[in-house]
Design a protein around this ligand. Structure first.
Ligand SMILES: NC(=O)c1ccc[n+]([C@@H]2O[C@H](COP(=O)([O-])OP(=O)(O)OC[C@H]3O[C@@H](n4cnc5c(N)ncnc54)[C@H](O)[C@@H]3O)[C@@H](O)[C@H]2O)c1
Length: 271
């Protein structure tokens, strides 16, 4: 690991577990002082306990006053905010079971997805950007999803919120680029977080892998590596980008996996 983020203050939302925790760990490994924020304070504190010099705060991203207070508290305590990873999303079991196809979705689930996944990221950005500008610049990294660029039979609200986040990212990059604030979006594919490992049957993992161009499914650390790069000056010429990080799932023809299966059955690699 390099210490390329030495002296930087990083704020990661949704850092109690999964990708957010991996991101927080990696940013700290690269030298940043990391603040882990989550609605799950116990989880954020447990994660923070594994990261030297870090701090944990509770925040409900749907609450504007709470977001503003978090950003002010962090800026007061650490003097600046250089890196913001907008990573939190509402995707617990209750939310997933209510976020179905358009006809059957619970409208409350739509509102919740929008409130956390995109309005929450907007609020964090609104209250962090002035601190970044005051400190001479910063880097914002947004956790979007393949569901924001491709259709699916379910998770309508989740996918729509992630599409909005991809556009919010471009707006932020455009509006503050000249003040040295960059904003980039990771269009993340399936990642084997602890929750995904536990809740995804092997058959589903096999189907997902058949659509990957890589030999393996993604790990939280694969995403954290991109976060650290986007947070660092090594990416200083990249802003407003929506970067697929999905093992190539969105790079190929939709028929790819079916053809691979057909070729295998034919014992040939050609049509
Ligand atoms: N894991 C994947 O396969 C995958 C794929 C594509 C995109 N993503 C995106 O990456 C990000 C992280 O995913 P993950 O799998 O680690 O998810 P996760 O559910 O483990 O983490 C999300 C975190 O957000 C927090 N959160 C929820 N509501 C909140 C609120 N109102 N205020 C503050 N925090 C709140 C949760 O407590 C949780 O810790 C999400 O934005 C997700 O959409 C994940």
């Amino acid at each position: 690991m390099t210490r390329r983020l030495e002296g930087k203050i990083a704020l990661v939302t949704g850092a109690a577990g999964g990708i957010g925790m991996a991101s927080a760990k990696r940013l700290a490994d690269d030298g940043a002082i990391v603040v882990l924020a989550d609605i799950d304070l116990a989880g954020a504190e447990a994660a923070s306990g594994q990261i030297e010099g870090s701090a944990a705060y509770k925040v409900d991203l749907t609450d504007e006053a709470a977001v503003r207070s978090l950003c002010e508290t962090v800026a007061d305590r650490f003097g600046q905010i250089d890196i913001l990873h907008n990573n939190a999303a509402i995707q617990n079991d209750a939310q997933r079971q209510a976020d179905l196809d358009v006809v059957n979705l619970d409208v409350a689930a739509w509102d919740k997805a929008m409130a956390v996944n995109v309005r929450g990221a907007m609020l964090m950005t609104k209250y962090v950007v002035p601190h970044m500008i005051a400190a001479g610049g910063g880097s914002i990294i947004n956790s979007a999803s393949g569901f924001g660029v491709q259709g699916e039979a379910t998770l309508t609200a989740y996918g729509s919120s992630k599409a909005a986040l991809i556009q919010l990212n471009r707006m932020i990059a455009t509006q503050y680029g000249k003040q040295n604030v960059r904003s980039n979006c990771m269009v993340i594919g399936f990642v084997l977080t602890r929750m995904a490992v536990e809740s995804t049957p092997d058959m589903v993992k096999e189907i997902l892998l058949s659509h990957h161009l890589t030999p393996e499914l993604g790990q939280p650390e694969d995403i954290a590596n991109l976060v650290a790069f986007l947070a660092s000056d090594e990416s200083k010429f990249i802003t407003g980008a929506a970067i697929p990080i999905d093992g190539g799932v969105t790079a190929h023809q939709p028929s790819y996996a079916d053809f691979q299966k057909m070729f295998a059955a034919m014992g040939s690699g050609k049509l």
